[in-house]
Design a protein around this ligand. Structure first.
Ligand code: ATP
Length: 434
């Protein structure tokens, strides 16, 4: 399928099925902002939950944090963002559009002119004012990354969690960047969600942990069903490294328009802890009782985008095939990522059937995210579930009232099996790997 066509299909499906809506449509829209609808909010939450499960819940060396978005500008002074978090901006003298110089190769993509201004550094942080007076002293910034929350809480967490290096602090939340050219649907937006973890290690162990983390993170995408030919690792060369990094690897995904970053794994050295220590006057070190000395840990950071990852999962899962000679659209999403794991479908609106279907919903919904649909023909309902990636449908039919069994239908094979209601929950738990 042509890449434009695939993107158009995903954007249309997202809108038609309540996954992602362009924001403020009734007002004519607001450039590159999006709202996550009833199915999108489930899917995005599943992406974040799958990350949290793998990074925090299943490990005893990583703890969580939810830091504030608004905070003192001193953080951004110390971190280097006020001075360095810039993109090179050029103006087209002919049509007045603005572009990121490193994205356009000297030619205005709008009008084709080569009459561009010199590139100037444009700081991407959103500025606002805290309190009623709008002056220099009340200026604050929306965070452009979640990472700094972990550094400024290093001491608090060291003292309260009793963790010792190597250990990590993880956070999921919104970040804001005044991108010059947002676009490609939710790939690049000005408001987006990140999933970041700062892993504090003894400096000599940093290279080993760096390699460990980029392999782990690549495995996460593979385990959640992205095919390996759609993923690759790309090592940054020296000139490309950020001001704080001693090494960076990007995990890239084969987007319809080409390879693009999903996640960056960086060896941030002791840059941030030392910078905050020097700006705040607080010691941000670890005292090692074994050697009776203190050191500033190095930090390995896997930094992923939740909204960007969700888009990659949508693209990776999109399929069109044929069932009984009829075309169908199916999202082959991993059960942990799909908005619903189970759809409960009473064959008719007869009261006794709906009552049984309700009981099944009450039994399954504490365990799985379930949909309930009693509209239209059963074939149409299967198609609707396939299109949004629901891996299993449970059909309650007239025989169910007699034999106390239901039919489970598999999304990918479309195979159907009859299962006693008493065994349904356990059957789904093992089928979906719950
Ligand atoms: P890019 O080069 O694409 O601008 P970056 O290298 O600046 O990205 P990082 O600062 O490493 O990105 O941020 C970590 C992750 O956060 C990225 O891999 C991406 O998944 C996500 N991310 C960054 N900027 C955006 C954005 N504007 N919209 C959506 N996700 C983003």
């Amino acid at each position: 399928m042509a890449s434009d066509e695939l993107m158009e299909k995903i954007v249309n499906l997202s809108k038609r099925r309540g996954i992602i809506f362009p924001s403020a449509e009734i007002y004519g829209g607001f450039r590159s902002t999006y709202d996550y609808g009833p199915l999108g909010v489930l899917m995005l939450r599943n992406v974040k939950n799958a990350w949290w499960r793998s990074m925090v819940q299943l490990r005893h060396d990583v703890v969580g944090l939810d830091a504030s978005i608004l905070s003192t500008p001193k953080i951004w002074e110390a971190s280097g963002h006020l001075a360095n978090f810039t993109d090179p901006l050029v103006d087209c003298r002919s049509c007045k559009e603005r572009w990121r110089a490193d994205h356009i190769d000297g030619v205005c993509p709008n009008c084709g002119s080569t009459d561009l201004t010199e590139a100037r550094a444009f700081n991407m942080m959103f500025k606002t004012f805290v309190g009623p007076v709008e002056d220099e002293a009340s200026t604050a910034y929306l965070r452009p990354e979640t990472a700094q929350g972990m550094f400024i809480n290093f001491k608090n967490i060291l003292q309260t969690s009793r963790k010792r290096p190597p250990f990590g602090i993880a956070q999921v939340g919104k970040s804001f960047r005044n991108e010059i050219t947002p676009g490609n649907f939710v790939f690049r937006t000005r408001e987006f969600e990140q999933m970041e973890m700062e892993y504090f290690v003894p400096p000599t162990e940093a290279p080993t942990w760096f390699e460990y983390w980029y392999q782990e993170r690549l495995k996460w995408y593979l385990d959640l069903g992205i095919e390996d030919h759609m993923l690759r690792l790309r090592h940054h060369d020296k000139e490309e490294l950020s001001h704080y990094s001693a090494g960076t690897v990007d995990i890239e995904f084969d987007f319809p328009w080409g390879w693009g970053e999903l996640e960056g794994i960086a060896n941030r050295t002791d840059y941030d802890l030392k910078a905050h220590s020097s700006y705040s006057g607080e010691k941000l070190e670890y005292f090692d009782p074994n050697t009776n000395s203190s050191y500033t840990p190095y930090v390995i950071e896997p930094a992923a985008g939740a909204t960007r990852a969700m888009m990659a999962f949508l693209i990776g899962a999109y399929c069109e095939d044929e069932v009984n000679g009829e075309p169908r659209t199916v999202l082959k999403l991993h059960p942990r990522i799909a908005p619903y794991q189970v759809a409960i479908l009473p064959l008719s609106k007869k009261e006794s059937l709906m009552k049984l279907a309700d009981e099944i919903y009450a039994d399954l919904s504490p365990v799985f995210s379930c949909d309930y649909d009693d509209t239209q023909s059963i074939g149409k309902r299967y198609r609707r579930q396939d299109e949004v990636g629901t891996p299993t449908c449970v059909t309650v039919d007239f025989d169910s009232l007699e034999d106390n069994a239901v039919t489970i239908r598999d999304r990918d094979t479309t195979e159907q099996v009859r299962v006693p209601i008493a065994e349904l929950r356990d059957n789904l738990v093992s089928r979906l790997g719950w």
